[in-house]
Structure formats: structure tokens, C-alpha cells
Design a protein. Structure first.
Length: 607
């Protein structure tokens, strides 16, 4: 552990590792000491944050490799150094301010947003803090914040910088351009057998098969077992009578909507005011409404749509905002809610009763399946016995083929794939526990290892790939020749005509592309890589070969918009603050007690 720590800490730039400090002192910054309890608390918090990012708590070795001990020490040293600067300036925090900070902390508030003393006590206990330690920590944090705001709060981005950045981001150019494709070059000759064989040898990795494993799978979850249940009409009726007092029949509405352009919006608004039926307005506008079906309000994910549809009378419509512009929402029928009936509740009651039976039997059925597996009974026999579905597929390392399992969670997919690829052909495999209280059993029936394919197996694919490569090479050569002709002063229209195409005029665009997507970022970047009369070539994101000539440049005027300027100023403050903190910490000096640090980490990890 000590060796790992030395390597990890040295890699993060913490030097002067010593062993002459007190046994409980992990490090010293200037006159301030960082004790083992303080370090371990911060270390555990950092481990928890890392665990949330990677999905598991890192081991001691993984934590060192990730630089966690070094990161914690640097953060604690940074705070300690700033605390000493705050002391030098005589900064402090009143009790009133601490009280306001305490009551404003959402960690200690109840559901109504009011400070809750019991939550405060609970959070402190889980964090291993006393009240005195908490208030001391908050005092130090507030003092550091005062220091930072007083030094860097008024940092401004120079006007010249704002103007230059605005020019960079908002200057617009226009280009004449043409696209070269396979129709603009000579079609390559059909490749010979020798050429195909040579190409396959050079590109065998592109045509190599991947390992495939053929499996049979049997899944048992509450939902799977419930699907095998048959619920009698008498049971459904009895359950309805027992629960009907608690059931509420939700109102349902049959809804249509249609997206409108500006002209149609005006026509529909006029029709709404005049009482014109929705059907007539739709026919007059020549648009086709989208039927959303008969829905309850809870079934509609779009809150604006739900509120609109359940706020108008039957046969009427309302115009609301949408992602693509205005839209008209029409309600053609209303099925009232209120007192439930057996027919309307049958499906839900049947499902609930089946799930209840399945939950009661799940553990017993799992045990029976395990007994049959131990007796080496085939999964097909087990599936038939319990009326469960048997799934068969060929699985690759990507695991995409596991889509044959309905509703397989994203959490379970990699776990099942890994188990399949760790299994031995013909061997009995253990059950895989699934998220949500379920099991999956599988038999690995066959392994097809990755292998090189022969020319006879992939002849057509190889011929296509070789022909495409030769065609692209011919287009690239034509593109380079076209640019060379532009270099020599030839007009882009004449160059384009020689390739049987006509140049097109682009809309104005920034270096990030045009608003309508005509010019993408790749072409825009190439167009902005030279002066106002720049010309050249690019391959756009769709794979098209472009030759262009800049024809116009519109310079952006003034400074950045306020939001962008504020963001850059904040970035500037962060950078200056980082340099300041590093300088303060280096000036104070960080000394580490390697023995105490190793002991603290060993205590925390149990090593």
C-alpha cells in the first residue's frame, strides 16, 4: 500500500514526503495540520463520488491508480492554505450568517423546504461530524468564499477580447461550391481475382468474423410467471366487488392534433373565433391531423398537451405552442370518468391477481427449476413444464442479440453477455440474478470462434470494398486537381463545368456551419481556414467531396452577447482562482507524513 501511495502521490505532483510529523498528522500546510480523521472523512466522500461515476466502490489499489488520495490531499491543502490567508486578512463570519447558511442548506430541509432539526442531526451522524465540527467547517468555507469574491468577484473580460471572440464565433462567410461524386470520374475497371485476393489479404481484419455463442435461455420473473396464470371470471368479479370502492374510472378523451404554419395559425384562430368546426378548417387547409387515440390525462407525457386537451369541450379545439411551432389540439369525444364498472376494470384486475399469484409462487418455482437444472434436465423440458418462454439466439460480445429477451434492463444486458462468454460449452451454468427479483438460466450449445474468411465467402463484399476504394481515390484525385486549378486562377464555374456539375451558392454561415444545415461544421471549418478569398476542399459529414471558393465575408460587430460574455468571465475567474490557489498552497508548503497516511488508508480499507 505504501508503495502504491508513493507512486500515486508522486504522479500528481506532491513532493517533500516526510515522516517526521505527529502520528495523527497526515500532512501539514504552513502552520495548519491535516489530521487522519479529517483526511479519512474527505477520502470517503471522494470515494463515494467516484463510486457514483463508475458504478462501484473502487478498491484501495484502484483508488490510488485513480489518484484519489492525491486529489483529497491537494483539496485539503488548498483549503488549509486559503484559511491561513483568510486569517491574515482577519476575515470572519457572524453567528447570524451561519444560522442563515444552515437554514438555507437543502440537505437539512423537509418536503416543504423548511429547516428540519432531525434531518440536520441525521446528516451529521451519517457524515461523522459533530455540530461544532460542522459549524467550524461552514465558517471556514464562508471565509474562503469571502476571500475569493473579494479578490476575483469583479474580474471582467477586456472589451477587445470580447470583440475578438465575437468575431471568431459570429463572422459569416458565403461560398460557391460543387460536389464531386462517382458520376464525375471514370468508373474503375472490374477487379481481377488476383486483385481481390491481394485486397482480402491486406484487409482481412475488416472481413474477419467475430466469436458467436449459441445459447438457449429461460427467464423467470414475476411478470413471466404472471403471464402463465389464468384468472377465472369469478375471481375477477370477486376482486372487483372487494376493491371497487377504491377504484376510480379516469376520464378519457379522443384527441387529434395538427401542426400549423404561420398562415394556417391565422386561419385556425379566425375559425376558432367564428365557431368554424375543426374538420372544416382541416379540410380547407389541406392538412392531415394526427390521431393520438383515447387517452386519460395521466397517459399524456406532454403536460401542455394534456392541460389543453382536458380543458376544452367536446368537439372544440385549442391552439397551443409546440416544438415545431403552433399546433391545434382537437377533442372529438369524451368518455366520462367516475364510478368504475367491471368491464372497464377487468384487464387491470386480472393483471393484478396474476401478479399476486406469481409473487407468492416465485421462490418455489425458482427452487424447482434449480432442482431440475441440478438433475441436468434440458431447458426446453423445464420451459414446457412451467409454460415459460424459451429464447434462442447467437450472442456476440456486443450483446445486442439479447434483444430477444423482452424488457431486459440495460443493467442486466452486460452481465448476461459476460456470463455467456465466460461459460464452457456443454457445462452446467449457474443462474444469473436479474434486476427486479428474477433469474435467468442459459445453456451454451455451440461456440463459433472468430476466424478469417476465404475469398469465396466474401467475394462480393471484397469486390464492393475494392471498387469503392478505387472510386474514392479517383474522386480525391479529381478534388485535388480542381483545387489546383483554382490555385492557378481559374474560375470555379469553369472548373465545375469541366466535371459536368454547376456550382451552388451557400447561405451565410459561421465557422460552425449554416443554420439550415446546408454547410456542416467540416466544410465551414475548411472555409474559415484562410483569408476572405480562400478556396479549397473538404469532405463533409455525409462523406461528400466538396470543392469551394469563399465569395463573401460579413464581419460580426460589437462585443459578445451578455450570456456568452458572462460565461467567459466566469471561466476567466476560475482560471485565475486556480492559479492563485496553487500559488498560495505552494507558498505555504505541503509536507506529508507518509507513515500516517498509509496507516489511515489501511484503517479505512481494512488492509
Amino acid at each position: 500500500m505504501g508503495g502504491f501511495l508513493l507512486v500515486g502521490i508522486a504522479g500528481f505532483g506532491i513532493n517533500n514526503v516526510i515522516t517526521d510529523l505527529g502520528s495523527n498528522t497526515v500532512a501539514r500546510v504552513g502552520n495548519a495540520e491535516i489530521n487522519s480523521r479529517e483526511f479519512l472523512r474527505a477520502y470517503q466522500n471522494q470515494l463515494n463520488q467516484v463510486a457514483q461515476q463508475i458504478g462501484s466502490v473502487p478498491t484501495a489499489e484502484e483508488a490510488v491508480n485513480l489518484g484519489v488520495p492525491s486529489m483529497v490531499l491537494q483539496n485539503l491543502a488548498q483549503d488549509a492554505a486559503l484559511d491561513q490567508v483568510a486569517d491574515d486578512f482577519g476575515l470572519g463570519v457572524s453567528e447570524d450568517q451561519l444560522s442563515k447558511m444552515l437554514r438555507a442548506d437543502p440537505s437539512f430541509q423537509n418536503a416543504l423546504g423548511v429547516f428540519d432539526p432531525s434531518s440536520f442531526t441525521q446528516v451529521l451522524q451519517s457524515s461523522g461530524l459533530t455540530e461544532a465540527e460542522y459549524f467550524e467547517s461552514q465558517t471556514e468555507s464562508a471565509r474562503r468564499q469571502q476571500l475569493v469574491l473579494s479578490l476575483f468577484g469583479d474580474t471582467k473580460l477586456p472589451a477587445t477580447a470580447s470583440t475578438l471572440v465575437n468575431r471568431y464565433a459570429a463572422d459569416r462567410r458565403t461560398i460557391d461550391y460543387f460536389v464531386l461524386g462517382e458520376t464525375n470520374v471514370e468508373t474503375p475497371a472490374a477487379p481481377t481475382e488476383a486483385e481481390l485476393a491481394a485486397y482480402l489479404t491486406e484487409h482481412q481484419a475488416e472481413f474477419r468474423t467475430v466469436e458467436t455463442r449459441s445459447v438457449q435461455m429461460l427467464r423467470l420473473t414475476t411478470a413471466d410467471l404472471a403471464a402463465t396464470k389464468t384468472i377465472s371470471e369469478d375471481a375477477v368479479a370477486a376482486e372487483f366487488e372487494r376493491t371497487k370502492a377504491s377504484l376510480v374510472q379516469a376520464e378519457r378523451r379522443t384527441i387529434q392534433q395538427v401542426v400549423l404554419n404561420d398562415e394556417q395559425v391565422a386561419a385556425f384562430q379566425a375559425g376558432l373565433a367564428a365557431g368554424t368546426p375543426f374538420e372544416g378548417l382541416v379540410a380547407e387547409a389541406g392538412v392531415t391531423p394526427t390521431d393520438l387515440g383515447s387517452l386519460t390525462q395521466a397517459q399524456i407525457n406532454d403536460t401542455n398537451l394534456a392541460a389543453a386537451a382536458f380543458g376544452v369541450a367536446q368537439g372544440s379545439f385549442v391552439i397551443i405552442d409546440g416544438v415545431a411551432g403552433k399546433r391545434a389540439v382537437h377533442v372529438s369525444a369524451i368518455e366520462g370518468g367516475g364510478e368504475p364498472n367491471l368491464e372497464g376494470s377487468r384487464e387491470q384486475i386480472t393483471q393484478n391477481l396474476a401478479l399476486a399469484e406469481a409473487r407468492d409462487e416465485l421462490a418455489e418455482v425458482q427452487d424447482q427449476i434449480e432442482e431440475l437444472r441440478a438433475a441436468f434436465r434440458p431447458l426446453s423440458e423445464i420451459a414446457t413444464r412451467f409454460n415459460l418462454d424459451l429464447y434462442e439466439t447467437n450472442v456476440t460480445a456486443a450483446g445486442t442479440e439479447l434483444d430477444v429477451l423482452p424488457d431486459l434492463s440495460t443493467e442486466d444486458r452486460p452481465r448476461v453477455t459476460q456470463a455467456v462468454f465466460k461459460a464452457t460449452e456443454g457445462a452446467l451454468t449457474p443462474a444469473i440474478t436479474l434486476a427486479g427479483n428474477g433469474n435467468l438460466w442459459f445453456d451454451l450449445n455451440k461456440i463459433d470462434p472468430a476466424r478469417d474468411q476465404t475469398l469465396d465467402e466474401v467475394r462480393d463484399q471484397v469486390a464492393t470494398a475494392l471498387t469503392t476504394e478505387r472510386t474514392n481515390n479517383a474522386i480525391i484525385a479529381a478534388q485535388a486537381e480542381a483545387v489546383k486549378r483554382l490555385d492557378n486562377g481559374e474560375a470555379i464555374a469553369d472548373v465545375a463545368t469541366s466535371y459536368n456539375v454547376f456550382p451552388q451558392l451557400s447561405p451565410p454561415f459561421t465557422r460552425f456551419g449554416s443554420d439550415d444545415g446546408t454547410v456542416d461544421a467540416a466544410v465551414a471549418s475548411a472555409a474559415f481556414s484562410g483569408a476572405a478569398d480562400h478556396h479549397g476542399s473538404a469532405v463533409n459529414q455525409a462523406g461528400e467531396f466538396i470543392v469551394f471558393q469563399v465569395t463573401d465575408l460579413t464581419a460580426a460587430e460589437g462585443a459578445l452577447a451578455k450570456a456568452a460574455n458572462d460565461s467567459l468571465e466566469n471561466e476567466q475567474r476560475v482560471g485565475i482562482y486556480g492559479d492563485f490557489v496553487t500559488a498560495v498552497r505552494d507558498d505555504a508548503g505541503l509536507r506529508i507524513n507518509q507513515q500516517a497516511l498509509s496507516a489511515a488508508l489501511a484503517l479505512n480499507t481494512g488492509l
